[in-house]
Design a protein around this ligand. Structure first.
Ligand SMILES: [Zn+2]
Length: 247
């Protein structure tokens, strides 16, 4: 194989590794954002459940206060009943007492309803807090894993960049210029395999004499369509399904 072609293939492999690592690194902030959003939602759920519980508690406190006032009034009516002088007054007072007693009953029923509801609301707060706590642990673990992953990827990026520079120095000036020009135009991919008579990236069918030339790996042959440098990998297995020509 032409030495420069061999080195360009290695150079492309390094660049591909670096590009893959960079893509994953770039996606890490949005993955962390998603974890943060989950934590925010869990925290909001706890706040909401606590808010509902507190609101019901104040409602119950208000009902209890009203009930106490009615009971005070009722005791006063009962004392006054002893002091009435006429039948008319007695009947009127009895009516007041009956009304107050009905009021007491109504408020006591409400308090009972609130107690049952408060149990449910308190249980909902507990559930939401447990979910938050479990989620927080998971998120801390996931975040730590992402940080570790980022550390590894940054090491890969540093290593591939250094290897890229070292390798580039061993490549002939013309081949360097060609590689850099195509890489710049073609999103960092300047060297690709030719397989089954096709450019493996743009899928264009190569002219037979061009493909035969590539099979020898003795020159820098470019794809007629995408201009990338093509090579033949003798270890590459032919595709099981015939590749489809690009339109
Ligand atoms: Zn091509």
């Amino acid at each position: 194989m032409l030495p420069d072609l061999k080195r360009l293939i290695q150079l492309q492999q390094l660049d591909n590794t670096a590009a893959d690592a960079q893509r994953i690194v770039d996606a890490i902030p949005s993955r962390i954002e998603a974890l943060d959003a989950e934590l925010t939602a869990r925290t909001a759920a706890v706040d909401e459940a606590t808010g509902r519980l507190d609101a019901r508690k104040s409602e119950r406190a208000a009902v209890e206060k009203t009930l106490a006032a009615i009971q005070t009034r009722l005791s006063r009516f009962r004392e006054q009943l002893m002091a009435v002088k006429t039948n008319k007054e007695y009947t009127a007072m009895q009516h007041e007492i009956a009304t107050a007693e009905a009021d007491v009953q109504r408020h006591e029923d409400t308090i009972l309803e609130h107690m049952l509801e408060l149990d449910d609301l308190a249980a909902a707060v507990t559930t939401a807090k447990q979910a938050l706590s479990a989620s927080r642990k998971e998120i801390e673990k996931s975040t730590a894993a992402l940080m570790a992953e980022r550390g590894d990827l940054e090491q890969t990026l540093g290593r591939t960049a250094a290897e890229h520079d070292t390798l580039l120095e061993t490549i002939g000036a013309e081949a360097q210029v060609l590689f850099n020009r195509i890489a710049k135009q073609r999103n960092g991919v300047a060297v690709v395999e030719a397989r089954d008579g096709l450019c493996s990236l743009c899928n264009v069918r190569l002219r037979p004499q061009v493909f035969n030339h590539i099979l020898q790996n003795t020159a820098l042959v470019q794809c007629d369509s995408c201009n990338r440098i093509l090579y033949h990998d003798p270890n590459s297995k032919p595709a099981a399904v015939p590749a489809v020509d690009a339109p």
